[in-house]
Design a protein around this ligand. Structure first.
Ligand SMILES: [Zn+2]
Length: 425
């Protein structure tokens, strides 16, 4: 047995490699598909039972007041707590247990938990059941190594991240279970590659534009006002006027891929006139709706992004006499953890030790549960770090390399140990 506690932890993780792979595959075999939010309870129980066996106090927190919680698809979250030295910090490792639907194109069973050629296959294995297994065995290795545990480790499995996390992490933050007063550091083992630390994400502004025209006989369209034509004017103006401006803006946040370092807008959906599959009658469309997904930069801010879109629509439709309405559907402000945060420094040190390379600090193009930790719980020290490649998430034949899983487990263990022993400000 090595005299160096860090080496003992690393050795324990190498010894546990088969167990870690098996636990990951067991999680994958529970098809926690969202929507609709299937099998959350058995998956939360599998994680909770595993934590209980490892000396954690386990709580199940059900988001009973959320509309998406139903008897058929209960929103069951699980948290385990293992207390060491009460003077140390509380480190919370959070993973979402939900996975997106398998979709087409698989050559293996998406819920079979197949392990082949050094890879574990399955829907949600990289996003992010491997990350949950890494968190569990990071804590377990600290225990097995017999080192002094300088603080408290919490591990949670939460629901619905893929659909916004309102019954999951947001619920735990709203109920005060994850809070600035009791939680010092949060690491979310999302699949962002084993040598990258993710410090935040851009903002999200979803809106719905409705244009209202005037119905007329389709043989005499000049007697009506087409809501679809009005919408196409707006879409054209977005392409002609807004896109070049958005493209010219670059954030200082280290967003990857580089294309997402700019502000962007996407048309999510469009619907107008008569139902496409219904019987058609000759009518000018008196109604059209589109949904916009605008990703704004921390330097822009929400108010300016919204004003800009509103002004463009006003300029385009103002003189036409077409009535319109712009409605906000969802706003998520950007989040950014400072690069000198202890949680970044602890992971940086652990990555150097385990991988022998300097990590890359990145920000995510899309949003994840970090927003709830930052905005609702008010915890400044939160990052995402975990095994698996971001590009494989939500793809057919999703897999996680066993080597990445083991390395990420080591990094999480060393970073957690380091953070627990840090003085709390
Ligand atoms: Zn995820």
């Amino acid at each position: 047995m090595s005299a160096d506690p860090i080496q003992r932890i690393v050795d324990e993780i190498d010894r546990a490699a088969d167990e870690i792979v098996r636990f990951t595959a067991d999680l994958v075999r529970i098809p926690t598909v969202n929507p609709p939010g299937a099998d959350y309870e058995p998956c939360a129980r599998l994680l909770g039972d595993s934590l209980a066996r490892r000396g954690f106090d386990v709580e199940y927190i059900v988001a009973t007041e959320r509309p998406e919680h139903t008897l058929r698809h209960p929103r069951v979250n699980v948290i385990g707590t293992r207390r060491g030295d009460a003077r140390g910090a509380v480190v919370h490792l959070n993973g979402h247990i939900d996975v997106v639907p398998a979709g087409d194109g698989w050559t293996v069973d998406p819920f079979g938990g197949l392990v082949r050629d050094g890879k574990i296959f399955g829907r949600g294995v990289c996003d992010m059941k491997a990350g949950i297994a890494a968190a569990v065995f990071a804590a377990e290795a600290i225990q097995r190594a017999g080192v002094h545990v300088p603080g408290t480790i919490e591990i949670s499995g939460t629901v619905d991240e893929e659909s916004g996390g309102f019954a999951g992490v947001a619920w735990l933050c709203k109920s005060g279970r994850i809070a600035r007063t009791r939680t010092d550091y949060v690491i979310i083992p999302e699949p962002l590659n084993v040598d990258r630390i993710c410090v935040g994400h851009r903002g999200v502004y979803w809106s719905e534009l409705t244009t209202r025209g005037r119905v007329a006989h389709g043989s005499m369209p000049f007697l009506g006002v087409s809501a679809i034509d009005a919408m196409t004017e707006v879409l054209a103006a977005i392409r002609r006027e807004l896109l070049p401006v958005l493209e010219s803006r670059v954030t200082t946040m280290p967003v990857v891929p580089a294309g997402a370092r700019h502000a962007t807008i996407n048309v999510n959906a469009i619907d107008g006139g008569q139902p496409l599959d219904g019987i058609q009658t000759p009518c000018v469309a008196d109604r059209c709706r589109a949904i916009f997904d605008r990703r704004f930069l921390i330097e822009e801010g929400f108010a300016a992004a919204k004003d800009e879109l509103e002004a463009l629509i006003r300029r385009t439709l103002g003189a036409t006499g077409v009535e319109y309405e712009l409605r906000d559907l969802m706003v998520v402000d950007p989040v950014l953890t400072p690069q000198d945060s202890p949680v970044v420094r602890a992971l940086d040190g652990a990555i150097r030790r385990v991988l022998g390379t300097a990590p890359t600090v990145i920000a995510s193009p899309g949003t994840y549960d970090h927003k709830h930790v930052a905005r609702i719980a008010g915890i400044p020290h939160c990052v995402a770090y975990g095994p698996g490649e971001l590009e494989l998430a939500h793809q057919p034949d999703e897999y996680c390399r066993v080597e990445d899983l083991i390395n990420a487990t080591k990094v999480l263990a060393l970073a957690t140990l380091d953070l627990m022993s840090r003085a709390i400000d």
